[in-house]
Design a protein around this ligand. Structure first.
Ligand SMILES: Nc1ncnc2c1ncn2[C@@H]1O[C@H](COP(=O)(O)OP(=O)(O)OP(=O)(O)O)[C@@H](O)[C@H]1O
Length: 204
């Protein structure tokens, strides 16, 4: 789906990585790994178009992303480091914001999948860190976009939510979707690993 060719990244005049070439394909789950500060979030921000890249090329389904920004954006779910939840709104309202076409039972099903049954209408400022992360991730159950980019999605989740999320990611890949994620925890899925810092691509 997305090919990175000779990508480089610098922040504050410091080179984080260069010459990074990898293709994130249909059916893949990629785990971007590396120590704190190596540039994982910066890479995700580059590939999603949130930050610009300083060198190299990004190609979406064979086309330069600059030429197909709208199509690429329509194909992408990006859930960043912070959950991106409006705390004055409820879980249901937040999910509706991201998935306006979903009906009541779809919204409730997505929230229930991540253990939020009974919390649908509680304002999010009353939820815990893990529950807030669950609200953000619930949209994956409703997402039709093929390319998912998730920054530290397992942070703050308990074992049950981790298992539910892993199942969701696995089902997405099995349907021909692609997942690119960062995690400091081991991922219990057949992932391909991209270790920033040594640029090695380790197949599953
Ligand atoms: N807002 C910012 N302004 C300037 N430099 C930044 C900013 N955020 C991060 N950096 C720098 O960019 C580098 C890469 O940061 P990034 O967040 O991409 O790392 P990371 O690998 O995701 O780290 P972590 O594992 O801690 O989340 C860091 O070394 C940091 O010094």
């Amino acid at each position: 789906m997305l090919a990175l060719k000779d990508l480089s990244c610098e922040r504050d005049n410091r080179l984080l990585f260069e010459g990074l070439s990898v293709t994130f394909g249909a059916g893949d789950i990629w785990h971007i790994d590396g120590p704190n500060g190596v540039g994982k979030t910066s890479l995700l921000r580059q590939i999603t178009g949130v930050s610009r890249y300083h060198g190299g090329e990004l190609r979406w389904r064979g086309r330069d992303v600059a030429e197909c920004r709208y199509e690429f954006a329509q194909s992408l779910v990006y859930i960043g480091h912070t959950p991106g939840i409006k705390k004055a709104l409820s879980a249901r309202e937040n999910l509706h914001h991201y998935c306006p076409a979903a009906d009541t039972s779809a919204l409730e099903g997505a929230l229930a999948e991540l253990g939020l049954y009974g919390f649908e209408d509680v304002p999010c400022f009353r939820l815990s860190a893990g529950q807030l992360r669950r609200v953000a991730l619930a949209r994956l159950a409703l997402a039709s976009e093929p390319f998912w980019v998730l920054d530290e999605p397992f942070t703050a989740l308990d074992v049950h939510a981790i298992a539910a999320l892993e199942q969701r990611l696995s089902a997405h890949a099995a349907r021909g979707g692609c997942v690119v994620l960062t995690s400091h925890q081991p991922v219990n899925l057949p992932v391909q690993r991209l270790a920033l810092g040594d640029y090695s691509v380790v197949p599953a």
